[in-house]
Design a protein around this ligand. Sequence first.
Ligand code: 13P
Ligand code: SF4
Length: 306
Amino acid sequence: MKELIEKINKLKKEKKAVILAHCYQNVEIDEVADYVGDSLYLSQMAAKTDAEIILFAGVFFMAQTAKILCPDKKVLLPRLESGCRMADMISLNQLREFKSKYPGLPTVCYINSTAEVKSECDICCTSSNAVKIVESLHADKILFLPDTYLGKWVEEKLGNINIITYPGFCPTHLQIRPEDIKAAREKYPDAQILAHPECHQSVTKLADYVGSTTGIMKFAAESDKKRFIIATEKGVVDRLKRDYPEKEFILIKENIICPNMKWHTLIDIYNSLEKEEHEINVDKEIASKALGCINRMLDVSASGVK
Ligand code: 13P
Ligand code: SF4
């Protein structure tokens, strides 16, 4: 593995490439990654980089977003199989049908959506800025898609807005049930329970903290507690265990794994960089409309706007 890591790092230098890795990736990928984090952080890094090649160790929509933000750069996805099952739950036609039932309402899409879907939404958001983005619209009623649970969690946090959600969901996070949280509380009464907002509301309601993948890692790092139950994908637990060996991290239940995130291996990354495949491209017209949607999010996210 050490040899492979060295070869990738050498290739990266030769090709002026940068590797962005989501924190659900196989943990050894961090050894070659320049940036590791949640989807907001990675899109901010993609927007900023002056590298010539961006290799995305993440799912398809993330690489697509990087290409939209950096149309002149080559964006590579090591394995094309790595789509997001939630993003694939809404097509452009389904979006149009959803919007036609509620004409005139502002439409917010989760970044976990295709470029086509983003191109017909007003603004997008990630799990770490969803509350701020929705609040910035100053609306009484909005449409939110594709994640119904993230949308409902935002509605509950804000309390003064009606969020009509599309019935999409993350199959990985929906494996976590309220019974799992209750059992963990009973078994580890001293532990803090940290959950991702893609979990069902009956789960997030019982958690001590709800936030993005980076939010969860930051919370655990800063807490003076010693034991944490993690209700999100296993990659977060792997990184927490590596970075804070003095604390204990327990995955809420076995096999909370996003199979799509786990497609990429170090060998795939090497092959991808070497052969410069698989290049992600986005239709120019779609990309320019989707860019507006993404940039509005990045602007609000960077501002102090309420
Ligand atoms: P984050 O925004 O927390 O990185 O989440 C992305 C994701 O796909 C979670 O399932
Ligand atoms: Fe998509 Fe769920 Fe995997 Fe995140 S965990 S990439 S939402 S399928």
